[in-house]
Design a protein around this ligand. Structure first.
Ligand code: PLP
Length: 411
């Protein structure tokens, strides 16, 4: 008899986005003429940069010719892309990496979900709350969660609340933990931490032989000087941190799929008897067994991000979304509603007014101004009472949405 992995049965349905879709559909049926503006989903709306498109076409042509055709590539990614990643994304921040410390892949979603496989099932997982749900669900599937309580928390996981009360700065856990997921700039709160604050976590990880899984998918949106672009800017972080980066949000690759993960060779995990083992070797083994590399064509497209034209074009994309972020942030603020994020991230996190819970505010926004956002409660218990708006809409839609919003909620 084929037994299933019963951990999958513990997972509640992916309630958040299906429930949003359900409520929007009910509203649309009742109000077919309403012009609904969606500022909910974290997907980009602008097309790929021209430099990327040009290189994608050229790579397709290479595949059409026997002399330039490529079959299986290196599972870790082509050197031409990894060299650019190191030169452009890390060297300017004083971080030196070797070619075999960078693993190109098809998305930070898969990498942040798969990374837990190289760790024992007895590790205690800590997550910041609210959180990108992939970190939680992938550990539930692997059997590290315990049971889901009425408070929305898994019994074996450690929740680190990030709320307005602590300025969205995660505080060190008092319980014993082994793996910590940190995401900065943060989805969903749009907030960041300083180098000094991140150093506290790196020092804690070093003292306690803990690994930090650092998701920097929104790094390109950082505008402020003291916000670290990479965790490796912090001394000693290479010993305790794995970093995830993606081309999805800086270069519009959400549908094209390219990302990378950095696993420094000095980053160690431990056997039950306490022997230190390099995680780089384990991740390499995992990828070589289960992954056959990101397509050559896609890696050529990603390489074009690092040309002069590519750099200028991705800057224009980010500026476009950050104009929206500023507009949303300032518009919401002008109504007296408390607002966070949107300065170093394309997400704006607001405190729901009049003590409304997240879903009641969702309904109000949909019914009264025809705007769709994301209820904070969908990202974890500490997201209750908050609401996420994204800057990924078009400029025109965002301007219209904020005009409606400010008219409605102006004090
Ligand atoms: N990490 C965070 C925090 C995200 O918000 C997202 C996507 O929304 C991802 C990772 C996934 O990125 P990718 O498109 O590279 O899979």
């Amino acid at each position: 008899m084929a037994h299933i992995n019963e951990n999958y049965l513990k997972l509640p349905g992916s309630y958040l986005f299906s429930e949003i879709a359900r409520r929007v559909n009910v509203f649309k049926d009742e109000n077919p003429e309403a012009d609904i503006i969606r500022l909910g989903i974290g997907d980009v709306t602008k097309p790929l940069p021209e430099a990327v498109i040009k290189e994608l076409h050229a790579a397709v042509d290479e595949m059409a010719d026997a002399s330039t055709f490529r079959g299986y590539g290196p599972e870790q990614g082509y050197d031409f892309l990894i060299e650019k990643i190191i030169e452009f994304d890390f060297a300017p921040h004083g971080v030196n990496l070797a070619i075999d410390e960078v693993f190109v892949s098809d998305g930070s979603k898969s990498d942040t979900a798969n990374i837990q496989e190289i760790f024992g099932t007895d590790n205690v997982i800590a997550i910041t709350d609210p959180v990108y749900p992939v970190y939680v669900d992938s550990n539930v599937m692997a059997g590290r969660s315990g049971t889901l309580g009425a408070d929305g928390k898994w019994s074996d996981m450690v929740y680190i609340p990030c709320t307005a009360e602590n300025g969205f700065v995660p505080q060190l856990p008092t319980e014993k933990v082994d793996l910590i997921y940190l995401c900065f700039p943060n989805n969903p709160t749009g907030t960041t931490i300083s180098k000094e604050q991140l150093k506290i976590w790196v020092d804690f990880a070093k003292e306690n032989q803990v690994i930090i899984l650092y998701d920097a998918a929104y790094e390109a949106y950082i505008t402020e000087a003291d916000v670290p672009h990479s965790i490796y800017e912090i001394e000693g972080a290479k010993e305790v941190a794995i970093e995830f980066r993606s081309f999805s949000k800086n270069a519009g690759f959400t549908g094209t799929r390219c990302s990378y993960t950095v696993v420094p060779k000095e980053c160690m995990g431990y056997t039950a008897s306490g022997e230190a083992i390099s995680l780089n070797g384990l991740w390499n083994r995992r990828q070589c067994t289960k992954f056959n590399g990101t397509p050559y064509i896609i890696q050529k497209g990603a390489e074009a991000v690092y040309t002069a034209a590519g750099q200028a074009q991705i800057k224009a994309l980010i500026d476009y979304y950050m104009y929206n972020a500023k507009l949303i942030r300032e518009g919401v603020k002008s109504t007296g509603i408390e607002v966070f994020g949107g300065v170093n991230a394309p997400y704006i996190w607001l405190k729901t007014p009049e003590g409304l819970d997240s879903w009641s505010f969702f309904d109000r926004l949909l019914n009264e101004v025809h705007i769709v956002g994301t209820p904070g409660a969908g990202f974890g218990p500490s997201g209750e009472g908050y609401f996420r708006l994204t800057a990924f809409g078009t400029k025109e839609n965002t301007e219209e949405a904020i005009e409606r919003f400010t008219k409605k909620f102006k004090l």
